[in-house]
Structures are given as C-alpha cells and as structure tokens.
Design a protein around this ligand. Structure first.
Ligand SMILES: Cc1cc2nc3c(=O)[nH]c(=O)nc-3n(C[C@H](O)[C@H](O)[C@H](O)COP(=O)(O)OP(=O)(O)OC[C@H]3O[C@@H](n4cnc5c(N)ncnc54)[C@H](O)[C@@H]3O)c2cc1C
Length: 491
C-alpha cells in the first residue's frame, strides 16, 4: 500500500485543527490535516455564536480560562493578518431583577481573576442608552469590552488557507477509522484514503475526538456528549444590537444570547439539548419555543415573523468520570500512547481559545523534544476573495478589464460573479462542492436562496473540475443534485 508519512498529522479541520496547522506551518516540519468532510469547517466551528469571548466566564485556573483570555488577545492580532472579519463589539451580561443583579459582582471578580481587562458593572440607565432594544426590566449589566464577533467560516478558512500556502497538506474526504499502535507508539492511522503515518498525531476531531482517543487505546473512560444548540437568524433589515447581549449564566451554560453577526444579521440562540446522534443538526419546534422565550426576556421585540434562517450546532462536551478533569478542555500529551496529543472536549469558548490552543500545542511538541526551526519564508498573511458586490464602479470596471469573468453575474441577489467562483475553485483549499463555493463567496444566500444560480454554478464546477454534472454535489459524497440525464434510458 502507498503509505504517506509526515512529522505531524492533525485530525480534523475545524478552527482548532486549522489554527494548529497554521501555527505549525511556521516551522520546518512536514504537516498534513486529515478531514472527513469535503471542506474545512463543516463541524461545530461554523455552527456557533461566533463570539470571541472575553474569558470572564470560565472557572479560574482551568484550561478554558487560560486559553480563552490568551486566545482573545491573539484573535485581534491574527484576524487582520488573515483578513478575517472580526468586530470588537464588546458584550453585556444583562441582569433582570434583584437576584440576577446580585450575581454581577461575583462574575466581575471571576473575570478579573482570569485576567480579563476592562470589566465594569453598568447601571440600568447606561445599559439602556447603549442598547435601546433591551427590556425595560433590565437592572444592570457586566460590560466585557474585549469580546467580539467574528465571521466563523472565514476564521477557519483563513487559518487553513494560510497554513496550506505555507506548505501544510489538507487531505479532505479522509476519515480516520483506525489506529496502528506498535509497542505503545501511535505509528499511523487508517483512513478512507489509505494509511497515513506520522511521528505525532494531533487529535482535533471535535465531537468525534473521544473516538480517536479510543482507537489509539487512550482514556476509555472519556466520552463526548453532543449538546445541540439551535439558532434563529433575522433579516438584516430588522433590528441590530451593538454589543453581544447575554443573560446571566446558569449551570447549563452562557444562556440564550442576542448578537448581530459580521454580515449584519441579528441572531438569537443557542439552547442546550444533549443528544445521542453526533451528526443530528435538526432544528426542533421545542427548541424554537425555548429560544424565543429566552431571547424575548432580553429583547421583547424579537419576533418569529422576521426569521429568515435556522440552524443548529453540536457542542463537544467532555464527560469526565469521577477523578477526571471537571468540565475543562482535555488538552494533553497522551500518557497512554506515545505520539498523540489530544485536543478534546473543546466546547465553548473553543473558537475564542483556538489560537492559544495552537500556540500551546507548539509548546507541548517542543517539550516532547521536537525541534521547531522557523521557516525563513513563512508568510503571515492571507487575503479573502474580493467581493464584486462591495466594489464601486471604478473598481468593478478595473477588475472586469483584468478578468472578463468578473463581468458575468451568476448569483443575482448577492451579485456574485463567475470570477469569484473561479477564485474559490482554484484557491489554496479548493472549493469542490456547491456549499464550499457558497461559503466562500456568499452566493445563494439572498432572497431566492440559490434557485437562480444553482445550475450555472454546477456547470462551472463541472467544467473546472473535469467532472460530469451528475457528479457535482452539494456538500460531498451522498449529496448529488442530479441522478441522471433527463432523457437517459432507465433500465
Ligand atoms: C451551539 C454552539 C455555540 C458555540 N458558541 C461559541 C462561541 O460563541 N464562541 C466560542 O469561542 N466557541 C463557541 N462554541 C464552541 C466552538 O464552536 C468549538 O469549541 C470549536 O468550534 C471547536 O473546534 P474544533 O475544531 O475542535 O471542532 P470542529 O469544528 O467540530 O472540528 C472537528 C473536525 O474534525 C472532523 N472529524 C471528526 N472526526 C473525524 C475523523 N474520524 N476523521 C477525520 N476528520 C474528523 C470533523 O469533520 C470536523 O471538521 C460553540 C459551539 C456550539 C456548538
């Protein structure tokens, strides 16, 4: 069998795997990322609240607290380097009533202990002036000015593309299904694309990270439970909020929040339901009621009539048996098998923490004796595909002059051109499915929800990838649009 071999193999191309890939791409190492889906960022990293939390919430002394506070700081440096939309909105943890109001001071002290800067308790009047849509029942709020809102997909893609440009190999549609352990050393993994060997494996497989541990013979007692969170997205012409608005936290988590995304749509959610199927992204009637109830407590004018989309994400919550790690991230060099680093149970605030986790992985490797020699030609920057819709007339004329494909509009609602689609297909992490193009260009997200652009986009994909139209998929194997030619004989 043709076996590939690397210094480091990362399992999973979510934000954690992609940030680790980018970090390790700084050094003279051969690195590959194995991802079971047809694109990067198909897991929880792109179905979440997309908040760069300040770090006020995690228990002091935990990995969550440490990684979140450092990650928050790093995001504001990395986002401009990678052209990732990130808005430093700040967040308010809003109290309603005397009991909740009394909880603000301990929350402030916890945040300060974690090292979060700028925390302040605001009066009812200050809060209502900042956020006029808030309920008049509000009694005060904790302000966390370092929090922000990020474009989650661009976050993953930015890190992954930059890593790829710096030499990391992304192997998509490669699901890890087995491990080869010899004399207590993890030597290789079996994937749907063959065996892949490495000196070090980084387990960043999200809700499936417990399965990777178990394949390698590590921590049989550790399990991931998928905790589903559902959301409503509102038309961008409806109301917006300036800060991220959180209710007071409870034992279930940070609660149902109200936020305006970097695209300008206000979004509410998530609830929290433990489910047995780790791929079940269904949105439920019960969930919708729960979210509306939670959101209207903060913003009474939230109405289901203005909802344009719903979605759900699955949190990778670690279940630690007695004597385990509490509710913390499980970030460690495996003590059961040599050659494995686990980044498991990375639920919220994992997105915010991801650059710090990546930095820490490099430290762990160094501590294990791996030589990290910096590359002389490493490049820190990456640019997004320029959006035709956002260009003025002069810029449009210039880009069409250089490349006539920019003169052909494929998606009318969002004004996405063939030029942008071609860039997505021929980018460092090539878009090979309809959804991969949609997520890179924003095509199909407007009022007609893709009904105009589908066939044309499929034609372009088929032409550029040398495939037939019946092979083009929405999001990878098992999601073809067309089963056969209209006049094909069916036997
Ligand atoms: C509802 C919700 C709200 C959240 N809100 C926030 C927030 O506002 N701020 C914040 O900081 N965090 C938030 N989080 C948490 C955050 O999304 C996660 O901590 C983060 O995305 C974890 O990234 P990851 O790369 O570990 O996981 P994932 O994004 O799930 O990536 C894991 C990858 O591994 C791949 N994979 C799995 N098994 C295999 C296999 N066998 N072989 C190959 N590949 C495999 C998957 O396909 C996937 O792409 C939220 C999460 C949810 C669900």
């Amino acid at each position: 069998m043709n076996q590939k071999s690397y210094d480091v193999v990362i399992i999973g191309a979510g934000i954690v795997g992609s940030m680790v890939a980018r970090e390790l791409s700084k050094y003279q190492l051969s690195v590959a990322v194995l991802e079971k889906e047809a694109d990067v960022g198909m897991g929880q990293s792109t179905s979440n609240s997309a908040i760069i939390h300040s770090g006020h919430d995690p228990e002091p002394g935990t990995m969550k607290a440490r990684m979140n506070v450092r990650g928050n700081e790093l995001w504001y440096q990395i986002a401009p380097e990678l052209d990732i939309p990130l808005v430093n909105t700040g967040a308010l943890i809003v109290a309603v009533g005397a009991e909740e109001q009394a909880g603000l001071q301990p929350l402030l002290e916890r945040g300060r202990e974690n090292g979060v800067k700028g925390l302040e308790i605001l009066t009812r009047e200050q809060v209502l002036e900042m956020e006029p849509h808030l309920s008049p029942d509000v009694t005060g709020a904790l302000s966390t000015p370092t929090a922000g809102v990020v474009d989650a997909f661009q976050g993953v893609l930015g890190a992954a593309e930059n890593a790829a440009t710096n030499g990391v190999e992304f192997i998509l549609n490669a699901e890890v299904r087995g491990a080869v352990v010899e004399d207590g050393v993890l030597k290789a993994v079996e994937t749907t694309q063959g065996r892949v060997a490495a000196t070090w494996f980084i387990n960043a497989a999200g809700v499936h990270s417990d399965e990777i541990l178990h394949m390698a013979g590590d921590r049989p007692e550790f399990e991931i439970t998928a905790r589903r969170g559902e959301y409503f997205v509102f038309d961008d012409s409806k109301f917006r909020v300036n800060n991220v608005l959180f209710p007071m936290p409870s034992e279930k988590g940070k609660g149902i929040l109200v936020t305006t995304t970097t695209h300008g749509n206000t979004m509410v959610g998530p609830n929290s339901d433990s489910i047995s199927d780790k791929e079940d992204h269904a949105v439920t009637e019960h969930g919708m009621h729960e979210i509306l109830h939670g959101a209207t407590k903060l913003v009474p004018s939230v109405s289901p009539r203005d909802v344009i989309a719903t979605f759900a994400g699955l949190r990778a919550t670690g279940n630690y048996k007695p004597g385990g790690h509490g509710k913390d991230f499980l970030i460690e060099v495996s003590s059961a098998v040599r050659g494995l680093i686990n980044l498991a149970g990375v639920e919220s605030p994992g997105f915010a923490s991801s650059p710090a986790i990546a930095e820490y992985v490099a430290e762990l490797l160094k501590g294990e004796g791996v030589t990290l020699t910096e590359k002389a030609d490493w490049t820190a920057t990456r640019r997004r595909i320029p959006r035709f819709k956002e260009m003025d007339h002069v810029q449009r004329a210039a880009i069409i002059e250089r490349n006539p494909a920019y003169g052909r509009i494929v998606c009318r609602c969002e004004e996405v051109t063939e030029g942008e689609i071609l860039q997505a297909i021929h980018s460092p992490i090539p878009a090979t499915t309809y959804d991969a193009i949609k997520r890179r260009t924003w095509l199909g997200t407007g009022r007609c929800q893709g009904s105009f652009d589908y066939p044309r986009t499929m034609e372009i994909l088929a032409r550029e990838l040398g495939m037939s139209m019946t092979e083009i998929t929405k999001k990878g194997p098992g999601s073809v649009f067309l089963y056969r030619q209209t006049k094909e004989e069916v036997v």
